[in-house]
Design a protein around this ligand. Structure first.
Ligand code: XMP
Length: 521
């Protein structure tokens, strides 16, 4: 073939290439040929390493946002069948964190935050007091009604005395109309807001008192009781704020500044921007605005790629949440055909976030403690759990009995039920809007609704999860989570490896608390 012929052939090939090119750069076939592999929990095992680490000695504390560190790497999902105040309290008591969902009005969500803060607050803030001019009989009636043993005596906000049952009882029958001021103890032992629980305990012991009014410049702001201070010792790992109250997080929509600011005012420590796809220039820009308007740390998600991490980190967010479609109730990957298998997603985001010292939360898809350990080992600082905590006593909703077994409802926030129930927070999580009647017909769900077996109390689930993570760290020779991230090595496995990993060739007769055979599917 002559020179001309060659040119013609080249020309023909170029035309073909142009037809196949996408955006001038890629061939369609290259999209497939160059596609990276995406892996998830069942694709790898961690290699056992030489180890002198005993599981009982490992540390599980972890950073969950720029300014908050907690004792166990567990956070509960912002879902309406997982986290309201009861779950957030249960997690904070054990050293984790709950994210109050947003499928409720702002004032309802504030109320949930306040319940968590009140429950973990040693200082009782709505103190019941009595006026010095009140009668002894009145004092006795209030103490009976409120089932308390003493009352601070307060005049125009200032503590002027304290009265107890011991003062009242000897003279109640003889002088019921006598005045409180005549029998109260005037020398009141008080503490200030900055007194630590240990100091308060010493003061109470030294002065042989049960109750210590908390004052600010003489004005009463609360009361501490010995009983509450001692009860605090039951939760040595609890997640607490600077004032000793439980830590709590709350979710907001990506553009819902009003909600974010209200949650911040109500005392939420972390505000979690909750949406299905946070890698949008508008969200990145708004995250910056939100962060500038709140004191709480700002956790943003969900994302699944290193580019998304880079863009959000440029907005100086305080934590990143990873997971597009791994959740047990998610159908995003099936409905939209989009997502990244979760171990690959976590590691891609963590590769970038570690350079900024910003924590990464792996959200969704975790079924066993081993999955949590793998998530931590590829760079997550903590995990967010939906299905593992749904079905516990502390998750919202009632127990239902079907065929003699107990269940609780669990549904995706992008399910029809969640998008049309509550305040419909699921709709903007998935960038949808519905107005008028026939709402169901106009929504494209990305989640399903179902039930999970009733699992008992959250602290029992957490005990098993943390026990499993500690065992994993023992096998890998890691003393803490950062050490696990450094030391853990992986082996890629096949589907026969997975089959071999699960119990096989027997019928399980005694179910283990950390390996339920009642798992659905
Ligand atoms: P697990 O696997 O723990 O997952 O049950 C909980 C996480 O799933 C996310 N989530 C959803 N994702 N459609 C989705 O694609 C949904 O309807 C949905 N609802 C929740 C969320 O990140 C949660 O923490």
């Amino acid at each position: 073939m002559g020179f001309d012929g060659t040119i013609k052939i080249q020309q023909k090939n170029n035309d073909l290439n142009n037809l196949l090119r996408v955006g001038g750069n890629y061939m369609f076939s290259e999209k497939l040929n160059n596609a990276p592999m995406g892996y998830t929990f069942d694709d790898f095992m961690m290699l056992p390493s030489v180890s002198s680490v005993e599981p009982k000695d490992v540390e599980t504390t972890t950073q969950i946002s720029r300014n908050y560190r907690i004792n166990i790497p567990i956070i509960s999902s912002a879902m309406d069948t997982v986290t309201e105040s009861e779950m957030a309290i249960a997690l904070a008591q054990e050293g984790g964190l709950g994210v109050i969902h947003r499928n409720m009005t702002i004032s309802e969500q504030i109320n949930e935050i306040r319940k968590v803060k009140r429950s973990g607050d040693l200082t009782i803030r709505d103190v019941i007091t009595i006026d010095p001019e009140a009668s002894i009989k009145e004092a006795q009636e209030i103490m009976d009604e409120e089932e308390i043993s003493g009352l601070p005596v307060v005049q125009e906000g200032i503590v002027v005395g304290i009265i107890s049952r011991r003062d009242v009882q000897p003279i109640l029958n003889s002088t019921p109309q006598g005045k409180v001021m005549d029998i109260m103890t005037e020398e009141v032992v008080t503490v200030s807001e900055s007194t630590t629980p240990e100091e308060a305990l010493d003061i109470a012991y030294e002065n042989k008192v049960e109750r210590l009014p908390v004052v600010d410049d003489g004005f009463i702001v609360g009361i501490l009781t010995m009983r509450d201070i001692l009860a605090r010792k039951n939760f040595p790992n609890a997640s607490r704020d600077k004032k000793g109250r439980f830590l709590v997080a709350a979710a907001t929509g990506p553009f819902d500044l009003e909600r974010a600011m209200a949650l911040d005012d109500a005392g939420a420590d972390i505000i979690a921007v909750d949406c299905a796809h946070a890698h949008k220039p508008s969200i990145v820009k708004f995250a910056k605005t939100m962060n500038e308007n709140i004191e709480a740390d700002l956790l943003v998600g969900n994302i699944a790629t290193s580019k998304a991490a880079e863009d959000l980190l440029s907005a100086e967010v305080d934590g990143l949440k990873v997971g597009i479609g791994p959740g047990s109730i998610c159908t995003t990957r099936i409905i939209a055909g989009v997502g990244v298998p979760q171990l690959t997603a976590i590691s891609s985001v963590a590769d970038i976030a570690k350079d900024y010292d910003v924590p990464v939360i792996g959200d969704g898809g975790l079924r066993y403690s081993g999955d949590v350990a793998k998530a931590l080992a590829v760079g997550a600082d903590a995990v967010m759990l939906g299905s593992l905590l749904a079905g516990t006593h502390e998750s919202p909703g009632d127990v239902v009995i079907m065929n003699g077994r107990k269940f609780k409802q669990y549904r995706g926030m992008g399910s029809l039920g969640a998008m049309t129930g509550g305040v419909g927070a699921g709709t903007d999580r998935y960038f949808q809007e519905v107005k008028g009647p026939m709402k169901h017909a106009k929504l494209v769900p990305e989640g399903v609704e179902g039930v999970v077996p009733y699992k008992g109390h959250t602290n029992e689930i957490l005990f098993q999860l943390i026990g499993g993570i500690k065992a994993s760290m023992g096998y890998c020779g890691a003393t803490d989570i950062k050490d696990l991230q450094k030391k853990a090595k992986f082996v890629r496995i096949t589907s026969s490896g997975i089959t071999e990993s699960h119990p096989h060739d027997l019928m399980i007769t005694n179910e283990s608390p950390n390996y339920p055979t009642s798992r659905l599917m």
